[in-house]
Design a protein around this ligand. Structure first.
Ligand SMILES: C[S@@+](CC[C@H](N)C(=O)[O-])C[C@H]1O[C@@H](n2cnc3c(N)ncnc32)[C@H](O)[C@@H]1O
Length: 371
């Protein structure tokens, strides 16, 4: 089997083998010449997309409609293959540029040995210098990344640079080589974001939804799915976005759980004016096994890429929750966790995908499960 990057189904291409995987069971290749193009092929807007170029966007050569069709198909396939559930998955486009460009509010550049910022080539440590990343917002594109590197002079100790756009400023921050190494640390900086009519303090290099319309779109779905519930757990809460949206709608008892010290501290600040909300700085797995407090009616889950996993879901199953609203950035993890839940008697009542990352294969999905 050969996985051919930069090609489309049904095309005839000249492919160059670039590597092997699965202990020689399959190969990776780049389509270096398109002999018979598919109708869905478009000219990549970015000159760095293509064989040997930037390893970031992998769908630049695909029309946006086709990108979305693929993404909904991928989520449906993973639900079927790993979760044993057959469903159609509608996909929602987010407001923004019709070309799928100019949406990324956060960028993490690698820095090469000459002190130039760029992105890694696909499956490589090489860095492709990047002056302008077309999927970044205009503010992020214009950020003075080079100035930051030059002013630090000793940029060899800062192999990454984060550019993050907030509601009133765009911050450029150099990140040390190794979190526990001897490189100097940047002082922890925060940034103000605005979403659902509230201000949010977020850490410059911490988690915040990266598409400018994503926070609103996800909150709308989460709130709609929790209409009936007054007692809710918001697990993997980050700086408190979903807990805030739910508590803002009406007074509820919400427990928000987050393991990262900085994110949890910011969540406490961000939600301080909302009565009935408590933030726990704990590992979710440890917390759900000894939750203290009333049982939830609904649980909102937004885990990292690896998903929530069997142990966390087993504890949620042991609670009295009737509904789980699962926000997933990795379709395979949603598929696996769907399998765990359906085996315990839960039903996937609805699922949809959101195209929060145009030009890339990444896709967000939301599944609503009922007991
Ligand atoms: C995908 S983010 C979701 C954040 C939030 N829901 C939002 O939309 O802004 C996942 C969060 O889970 C946190 N996290 C990862 N593993 C965790 C764990 N084992 N226990 C608690 N929180 C965890 C991360 O620090 C991160 O803030």
């Amino acid at each position: 089997m050969v996985f051919v990057r930069h090609s489309l189904p049904g095309e005839r291409v000249l492919a160059q083998i670039t590597g092997t995987g699965g202990r020689g069971r399959f190969w990776f290749a780049d389509a270096v010449e398109i002999l018979d193009p598919a109708p869905q092929r478009v000219a990549p807007p970015c000159p760095l997309a293509g064989p040997g170029g930037c390893g970031g966007c992998d769908y630049q050569h695909v029309s946006l409609d086709e990108q979305r069709r693929w993404k909904s198909q991928v989520v449906a396939e993973q639900l079927q293959r790993l979760g044993g559930v057959s469903v159609d998955v509608p996909i929602q486009a987010l407001p923004g540029s019709a070309e799928g460009l100019g949406w990324r509010t956060r960028i993490r550049y690698a820095v090469d040995n000459n002190g130039r910022a760029g992105f890694h080539r696909y499956r490589s440590d090489d860095i492709v210098p990047v002056d302008r990343c077309l999927i970044a917002t205009p503010e992020v594109q214009q950020a003075e990344v080079d100035d930051e590197l030059v002013s630090n002079r000793d940029w060899s100790g800062y192999p990454e640079v984060v550019v993050a756009e907030g509601s009133d400023e765009t911050v450029v921050a150099a990140i040390p080589a190794k979190p526990n190494g001897k490189a100097r640390r940047i002082p922890a900086t925060t940034l103000l974001e605005r979403a659902i009519d509230r201000d949010w303090q977020v850490s410059t290099d911490g988690f915040w939804q990266v598409h400018p319309a994503a926070a609103e779109a996800l909150c709308k779905e989460v709130v709609a799915a929790c209409t009936e519930a007054d007692n809710i757990w918001d697990l993997y809460c980050g700086v408190g976005l979903f807990a805030g949206a739910l508590a803002q709608q009406r007074r509820r008892r919400i427990t928000a759980v987050e393991s990262d010290r900085r994110a949890a501290d910011l969540a406490k600040q961000n939600l301080a004016d909302l009565r009935g909300v408590r933030v726990m700085r704990r590992d979710v797995k440890a917390w759900v096994s000894d939750p203290r407090g009333p049982d939830p009616e609904a649980v909102v889950l937004d885990p990292p890429r690896r998903g929530a996993g069997e142990a966390v879901l087993a504890e949620i199953h042991r609670s009295k929750a009737q509904r789980i609203v699962y926000v997933a950035c990795e379709p395979a993890s949603l598929g696996r966790d769907t399998g765990v839940l359906t085996q315990r008697g839960w039903t996937l009542s609805s699922v949809q995908a959101l195209d929060m990352f145009p030009m890339t294969h990444h896709v967000e999905s939301i599944g609503v499960f009922d007991r």
